[in-house]
Design a protein. Structure first.
Lengths: 58, 184
């Protein structure tokens, strides 16, 4: 397995962990509108990431 | 270019999430109330008031019912205000005790000035004994509301004073409440 793929995996994992930590700590303080926007951004982030992996042939 | 377009969109969504959590979730002015009655400390965190405001039934917004205090206890309050902003924050803190929609006692009234990304606090003590009506029989409980005002923000804490479990023997007997005759 190429080293860059491993680094990709670690990078994605830590990024998701960081967002998850922020979500656990601060989502309770968000207003309803920004909760909806955050949810849409989360869905969009995973959708765009899936599309990117599809385009590069994974 | 198109190949990396979705990668850039992914990163944009990711950073957008980070910004939302930091700007709307972390930054702002948040208050925490610590209430200690007897040996029972309680912490009312800032998100409680947000949940109460959105989910509480009408008329109960921002109300909080705490555990009871005994008659001869003092209730200790600590009100912490965290200013998570780049600018300073100033406000007037007014605390009063209310019962049955009437103000019973002014507790404190003081300004608070907090620098950027700093905390300020106010402390006060309420003696339950001093607030009870003299004619209140020992086997009867009592409730009052502590209203904390910080500028336009208002926090209400409902306090219940327990009845005495075993009323002390006293030559003074409680005055019986006359029962009105049934309607014809």
């Amino acid at each position: 397995m190429k080293l860059e793929y491993v680094l990709f995996g670690f990078g994605i994992l830590f990024s998701l962990a960081g967002v998850g930590y922020l979500a656990v700590e601060y989502v309770k303080y968000l207003s309803e509108v920004w909760k909806l926007v955050a949810l849409l951004l989360t869905v969009g982030m995973f959708a765009c990431l899936s599309k990117y992996f599809e385009d590069i042939g994974w | 270019m198109r190949r990396n377009l979705f990668l850039y969109l992914t990163l944009a969504c990711f950073f957008g999430l980070i910004v939302i959590f930091i700007v709307d979730g972390y930054m702002g002015v948040y208050d925490t109330v610590y209430v200690t009655s007897g040996e029972r400390p309680e912490k009312i965190e800032a998100d409680f008031w947000l949940r109460q405001g959105r989910a509480a039934p009408a008329g109960m917004e921002n109300s909080y019912y705490i555990s009871s205090a005994d008659r001869d206890e003092k209730v200790f309050f600590r009100y912490e205000v965290a200013n998570r902003r780049f600018s300073g924050y100033t406000a007037d803190i007014e605390v009063a005790v209310w019962h049955n929609q009437e103000k019973v006692h002014d507790v404190i009234s003081q300004p608070i000035s907090i620098e950027a990304f700093d905390e300020g606090q106010a402390e006060w003590v309420i003696d339950a004994t001093e607030l009870l009506p003299e004619a209140l029989p020992p086997e009867q409980s009592y409730e009052y509301t502590v209203i904390i005002k910080r500028g336009e923000i208002e926090r209400k804490i409902i306090m219940r004073i327990n009845q005495r479990a075993y009323p002390p023997e006293s030559p003074i007997r409680p005055v019986p409440v006359p029962v009105p005759p049934p309607p014809r």
